[in-house]
Design a protein around this ligand. Structure first.
Ligand SMILES: [Zn+2]
Length: 373
């Protein structure tokens, strides 16, 4: 079972939007009141907080009983995440009037292809603007918890689904090796390179701008910094989505059943590079790219294995002798072959994954938590 989140756009009239807005404001007010109560009684425990706050809150709000329970849960989650980040006390105004509202199966439901939501006074039924993946999630998945979000003057319902695993369908023992290098984002053994100069340039620009803004250190430059880093994060996410999609598609097109990825735990130590390149590496969300590849592969019944990438960039994929790479070229001193260095590495990754077990058995069991940490 995998968890997937669909961000579903809601179609609302002005009147419905006002109702949602009222829920959002009231929910934030209730959450902040709960935070205050928690502070006063020095209590962050869910059960205790429920006992302490539920009836007093219910007496002062139009929010339904389950919506109050969800608010309690939201506050406890906020406490937990504060603790895990080792932050100071939870601020009393932690929940903004624009904060997301938590919903669960008791406070939302589906009705004839539309979404029915609890508001302060009554339930409203809203049409959903569904894309292809969202329709698919609704068809095959089990809807779980959700959040109501107001973004760019539109309402979204971020809904978590439990999606059943697609059974593995071993079609061949061919392995597609994917190398994450400093020259290109990913290379696979079918001689395809993704990313490249344009992407690299964009990353360099982002790094340069970030440094400039950090140096400045004024309030407005900090605001700008936040804005540009959000933009950069969105760009990276978008690129990782299309890269992972292309890689999984390539595996399908070429009849590969297994995709081999590098165990990334040491990628940053492994790549010795100039300061500029290192900066770029740290900026790139490698783990995110791998996560995307893993779930997209699983969705179509492909298997993903993780291999130890030691020496994959220094070994000749043809004769397996150690040799050297000079920037983008790998030149074998023994057999004389010349290749793009990242392609050579991805060939090695394929070979290691294939030799570990004939590629269809249980290799190197992908300890996702460790590999993607
Ligand atoms: Zn060689």
């Amino acid at each position: 079972m995998q968890k997937r989140t669909a961000s579903i756009k809601l179609v609302t009239t002005a009147q419905e939007s006002a109702l949602l807005n009222a829920v959002q404001r009231e929910s934030a007010r209730v959450c902040n009141t709960i935070v205050l109560l928690a502070h006063k009684n020095n209590c962050g425990n869910h059960v205790k907080l429920h006992r302490l706050a539920y009836y007093p809150i219910r007496a002062t709000t139009n929010l339904g009983s389950q919506m109050v329970c969800n608010a309690l849960k939201a506050v406890c989650n906020a406490f937990k995440s504060m603790k895990s980040k080792k932050a100071k006390e939870l601020p009393v105004s932690r929940f903004k009037p624009t904060s997301r509202v938590h919903y669960d199966k008791r406070t939302y439901s589906f009705k004839d292809g539309a979404l029915s939501l609890c508001t302060l006074s009554r339930r409203i039924v809203l049409p959903m603007a569904l894309g292809k993946p969202q329709k698919e999630y609704l068809r095959i998945g089990t809807p779980k918890k959700a959040q109501l979000i107001y973004r760019n003057k539109k309402w979204f319902f971020n809904l978590v689904f439990d999606i059943p695993d697609v059974p593995l369908s071993p079609s061949s023992d061919k392995v597609l090796g994917v190398d994450l290098g400093e020259n290109v984002v990913a290379a696979t053994y079918l001689r395809k390179l993704y990313g490249g100069r344009q992407l690299r340039h964009k990353r360099d620009c982002a790094v340069a701008q970030r440094k400039r803004l950090q140096r400045k250190g004024t309030k407005s430059s900090q605001r700008k910094l936040k804005k540009t880093s959000d933009k950069e994060a969105r760009h990276i996410k978008h690129t990782n989505h299309s890269l992972s999609k292309a890689i999984v598609q390539e595996a399908l097109n070429s009849g590969c059943f297994v995709i081999a990825l590098e165990n990334l735990t040491n990628i940053r130590d492994r790549i010795k590079a100039t300061k500029r390149v290192r900066y770029r590496l740290h900026g790139w969300a490698w783990a995110q790219l791998q996560r995307f590849i893993v779930y997209k592969a699983q969705a179509v019944g492909l298997k993903v294995v993780f291999v130890n990438p030691a020496y994959t960039s220094k070994t000749c994929a043809l004769c397996k002798e150690l040799s050297i790479r000079v920037k983008h070229r790998f030149v074998c001193k023994v057999c004389g072959i010349q290749r793009h260095s990242d392609l050579n590495a991805s060939l090695n990754i394929s070979r290691i994954a294939a030799s570990a077990d004939g590629a269809t058995g249980a290799v190197n069991h992908p300890n996702m938590e460790a590999a993607l940490a």
